[in-house]
Design a binder for this molecule. Structure first.
Ligand code: GCB
Length: 602
């Protein structure tokens, strides 16, 4: 629990609570972390709040963290905080970070080691304001007409379809390392039938006089390869490959790589040990296939959101585990982290369960011409660096997505996406890169640079509403046009319809459960033809209903979920479940037999 206060209606902090206790500057309330702050109280002005908020917490650090020669390095780490954070410890600024959805940390040793035994005060100023240069972009609009709006009235405009929840969304942890420590590890893998190579690179900070030794253990704890030094290769005979769920009877196989460092520092011998889960797998894209370990992979999965009642985008373990159980019930083998990177805790389970991930940056709603300028571009490159650094070693991540539905028909999109995609590939040459488009195939300036075409369409929903009969023609044309133009494999990265649970009509009408089912079935009939050619996946929009801004087309949020926001199935969930298990059984690599309500746990 943290203390919390909001500085209402101010875009910039004009008070300085970090210099003394937050509560000395005005009233504070209790605020849980992790959680979005928006839905925690009954106060509508906090729900829709725009501007700076303050979080504060005092902790007592163990004495052994603060002593020693050399003393350990004490680090304060945030899993994520949305959107712009400034952090002080005992009144000293220790880190500033732009962007939600990704971690950041600060070495706070010098601040805390001066005062052993006293409380350590952590203060966070957080601002959720989005501008044309943030990711996602937004804009603040002042309403000048005094006859219609109060003085200084402004609104936050965004071009994306989910609620801009804010707060400290993921765990905040304090940890220590020795003064010389393992700072980063990069692992890539290659394999043939009987032998795999694990290439590694380890970086150490704090000492040049260090030695590194590595050992790779299998799931039985047996050491299968050893190595030493900062760069090298481990050879694994008869490897257990990492396979996606339903593509193998033992999906998500993870080895465990132990990296041990010893370093001399000021006469002391320091030791740091880090254990990294490693999945051995390869990913390749041809003109019509997506290959995992050389075998064609078909994405039958979902798009998700981090979203739930009360906690908003705050990490919630029961919800996470429930969602994975639903994914496996559904027979889904993949998801896209629409429209921002998900929590590391979620990604860990994808690695362990074999759920293939299209890992998306927060580049959603890039529509304004100014959002394609150099300032935005530089920030986008920095975000890709943070994302790749965080997720590069995850076998579940099979492709990066740098954006969702940008205005890619604008001419500056060519340079913008060429640069972002080339940068991402330079950071990680081992994975394909894409962005998700809803632009016309003939006008899209970003598509030439992607490895896989990911296209969203809402035929018979946003276009020709109510006319299910147009889907076969329009969807077939969509696929053929894209394929003729690019000869690249295609994923239907979104399609779907809103349905209000419990609303029925036959013949099907929009917003009923029957219409959502019927629309899905129309899409599926075309997908069944095209998946024999070059369509390599289908991701339903959306896994579950989720909160959006208020608007005339949203009834308490977006209702395109096949599950409700509380994770109860709508009729469409059963259509998709039958389909995904059927596809899994066809392509199959021994999925367990389907029985009505059983879970297929490892
Ligand atoms: C889209 C967007 C997604 C929306 C969805 C919808 O194309 O990518 O963020 O929520 O359509 O339901 O309108």
């Amino acid at each position: 629990m943290w203390e919390f206060s909001a500085v209402f209606k101010q875009l910039f902090p004009s008070i300085s609570p970090w210099q003394r206790h937050c509560k000395a500057t005005g009233p504070v309330i209790d605020m849980p972390v992790p959680a979005s702050f928006n839905d925690i109280t009954q106060d509508p002005s906090l729900e829709n709040y725009i501007g700076w908020v303050w979080y504060e917490k005092e902790v007592l650090l163990p004495l052994r963290w603060l002593q020693g020669d050399p003393a350990p390095r004490v680090v304060l780490r945030f899993g994520s905080a949305h959107y712009y954070s400034i952090v002080w410890v005992n009144g000293v600024q220790v880190v500033e970070h732009e962007g939600g959805h990704l971690p950041f940390e600060a070495d706070i040793s010098s601040v805390v080691q001066g005062s052993p035994g006293s409380l350590c005060r952590i203060t966070v100023a957080l601002n959720n304001t989005l501008t044309p240069h943030t990711l996602p972009p937004g804009s603040i609009q002042y309403m000048a007409d005094k006859s219609r709006y109060p003085k200084n009235y402004f609104v936050q405009n965004t071009k994306f379809d989910f609620f801009n929840y804010a707060g400290i969304h993921r765990p905040v942890v304090l940890y220590t390392t020795p003064a010389a420590y393992i700072d980063d590890i990069t692992v890539t893998t290659t394999s043939s039938d009987s032998v795999a190579m694990v290439q590694y690179q380890v970086s150490v900070v704090g000492s040049t006089a260090n030695s590194l030794s590595l050992s790779l253990r299998d799931q039985e704890g047996k050491v299968v390869a050893t190595g030493d030094g900062p760069v090298g290769e481990l050879k694994v005979l008869n490897p257990n490959l990492w396979w996606p769920y339903l593509m193998h009877e033992n999906p998500g196989y993870l080895y465990s790589l132990e990296v041990r460092m010893q370093a001399q520092l000021g006469g002391a011998l320091l030791e740091d040990v880090y254990t990294l889960p490693v999945g051995i797998r390869t990913v390749h894209v041809t003109s019509s296939q997506f290959l995992i370990n050389g075998r064609p992979f078909y994405f039958h999965g979902v798009n998700k959101h981090e979203d739930a009642d009360i906690r908003g985008k705050g990490l919630d373990w029961p919800l996470i585990v429930k969602d994975f159980n639903l994914l496996r019930w559904l027979g889904a083998n993949s998801f896209r982290t629409s429209h921002y990177p998900y929590a590391e805790e979620i990604m860990d389970l994808c690695d362990a369960y074999g759920i293939a991930v299209i890992d998306e940056s927060p580049g959603v709603g890039i529509k304004l011409p100014e959002s394609f300028g150099n300032r935005s571009l530089q920030h986008h490159l920095a975000v890709m660096e943070e994302l790749v650094r965080r997720d590069k070693n995850r076998p579940s991540v099979v492709m990066w997505s740098v954006a969702n539905e940008p205005a890619s028909e604008l001419p500056p999109a060519a340079h913008y996406f060429k640069t972002v995609i080339a940068h991402t590939k330079a950071l990680d040459p081992s994975r394909p890169v894409t962005f998700v488009t809803d632009a016309n195939y003939a006008l899209d300036h970003g598509a030439p640079y992607v490895d896989v075409i990911c296209v969203n369409s809402y035929f018979s929903w946003y276009h020709d509403p109510g006319h299910l009969e147009v889907i076969p023609l329009q969807l077939t044309a969509q696929f053929e046009n894209w394929y003729k133009t690019y000869q690249k494999p295609i994923i239907q990265s979104e399609y779907g319809a809103d349905s209000v649970p419990g609303l029925h009509s036959d013949p099907p009408m929009m917003f009923t459960e029957e219409y959502q089912q019927a629309l899905l079935r129309e899409y599926h009939s075309v997908l069944d033809k095209k998946r024999k050619e070059y369509v390599i996946g289908e991701l339903i929009w959306n896994f579950a209903d989720f909160m959006t801004n208020q608007g005339t087309t949203r009834v308490l949020g977006n209702k395109k979920g096949i599950f409700t926001r509380q994770r109860q199935p709508k009729a469409a969930a059963f259509v998709l479940r039958d389909r995904y298990w059927k596809i899994a059984n066809e392509s199959s690599c021994l999925p367990p037999a389907i029985t009505s309500h059983s879970l297929f746990l490892k």
